[in-house]
Structure formats: C-alpha cells, structure tokens
Design a protein around this ligand. Structure first.
Ligand SMILES: Cc1cc2nc3c(=O)[nH]c(=O)nc-3n(C[C@H](O)[C@H](O)[C@H](O)COP(=O)(O)O)c2cc1C
Length: 213
C-alpha cells in the first residue's frame, strides 16, 4: 500500500512538471537556427538614458497569458511605487496552450490587434510607462500591440520588459518602437519566463535605467 502511494505521488509530480514545462515553452513549434537567434539578439538596440528622476509618476501596463509577465509587472510596480494595469483582450484567449500558440501565430502574421476589454485611461497623468509582454512568435503579444496602437503615447518615456520561453526577445523592441514612434523607448528588461527573479535584480535593472536609489 505504501509503495502504491509513493508511486502515485511520483506519477503526479511528473505530470505536474510536464504541465509546467508546457506552459513555459511552445513545445516543438519553435525550432529556429542558431544564426537566426544571434541576428535577433544583435538587433536589440535600445537607448539607455540614466536620468529619469525618481519622482516621475510611473504606470506599469502589461499583458500576461500564463502569469510569468504578471509576476515581473507586480515586482516592477512595487519597486517604482506606481500604478498597474493588466491588458485583457475583449475575447479571452483559450485555456488550451496549443490553441493559443497557433492563434498567436495567425494574429501576429496578419497584424491583428485584438480589441481590448478596456482602454487604458489617464495616460496623461504618467511620465513613464513600463510596457510588459510575453514574447509571442519573437515579438510582442497582440494585446500589447493593440494598447500601443490605440494610445496617445507622444512624449512619454516607455520602458519595455518581456518574458520569453528560452528563445530570447526576438524583434519585440523594434516593433514597440514602430508602434510608439513619438515616445522615447529605453532599454528593455529581458527575462526568461521560467525563472524567478529577486526584487534586488529588478531594482538593479531599474537603477540602470535611472530609477535607482
Ligand atoms: C502564442 C505563444 C507564442 C510564444 N512564442 C515564443 C517565442 O517566440 N519565443 C519564446 O522564447 N517563447 C515564446 N512563447 C513562450 C512565452 O513567451 C513565455 O512562456 C512567457 O514567459 C509567457 O509569459 P506569460 O506567462 O506572462 O504569458 C510563446 C508562448 C505563446 C503562448
């Protein structure tokens, strides 16, 4: 009986691990060449401006499908003592990961920008906007594209952050810049969504972009 229970626990643990791993990575769907990776990484050029006064009012705007980006968004909000808004598409994505991987590909390839449940109001009140996204097919997730396209971000400082499943940030920074041509877009915080980050790591990055103590 004892052996049976141990076996059941082991089976459950392996199952849970497999489910978690599936959430982090779009399985075998992504198989880019190393050269493509290197090129994508090299093209990430953001501007580092180390002088954003700490007293500037900050808003954290993010989308998160499986929760990784939400955790980072919350950590940033705590560190900058700002406000936070989660972007949600009017029609929620399926709970089935593979369905979303396929749908995300179609939406990105066609440039689809899903209507959002709510428009982000009062942007005028903020000087700095942190924009967070999971990497979907090497770029920003469509709800983030919707937000950037429909918002008046002229004159704002945008500080992007993203989480990915192991394939890096792709060309998301360039795409953010294209959708926010009148904003100043600073260096991006790029994180692996399957790892956890201490608050001090977030603070170190914030300090690099000018939000430090
Ligand atoms: C539709 C879709 C596409 C994805 N494309 C990529 C990708 O191109 N590169 C990558 O490294 N990870 C990719 N991932 C994995 C996510 O970027 C990663 O798990 C991220 O941390 C998820 O953030 P979230 O939990 O906030 O949604 C993709 C995930 C989904 C659902």
């Amino acid at each position: 009986m004892k052996k049976y229970i141990v076996l059941m626990v082991a089976v459950a643990a392996v199952g849970a691990f497999a489910a978690m791993a599936a959430l982090q990575k779009p399985a075998a769907v992504f198989a880019p060449s190393q050269a493509a990776h290197t090129a994508a990484a090299a093209s990430q050029t953001g501007e580092t401006v180390p002088n954003i006064p700490k007293d500037k009012k900050a808003l954290v705007v993010y989308f998160s499908y499986s929760g990784n980006t939400r955790i980072i968004a919350e950590q940033i909000r705590q560190s900058v003592d700002g406000d936070i808004v989660e972007l949600q598409p009017l029609t929620p994505y399926s709970a089935d990961y593979d369905t979303v991987v396929k749908q995300g590909k179609q939406e990105i390839e066609s440039g689809f920008k899903p209507p959002l449940k709510a428009k982000v109001e009062s942007l005028a009140a903020y000087d700095v906007i942190f924009v967070g996204t999971p990497i979907w097919w090497y770029t920003i997730a469509p709800p983030v594209a919707s937000f950037l396209a429909e918002s008046d971000l002229a004159g704002k400082t945008i500080i992007p952050f993203c989480t990915h499943g192991g394939y890096g940030p792709g060309h998301n920074l360039e795409d953010i810049k294209k959708l926010a041509p009148k904003s100043r877009v600073l260096n991006e915080l790029v994180l692996n969504g399957s790892k956890t980050y201490a608050q001090k790591d977030i603070l170190a990055w914030l300090s690099k972009v000018g939000f430090g103590e």
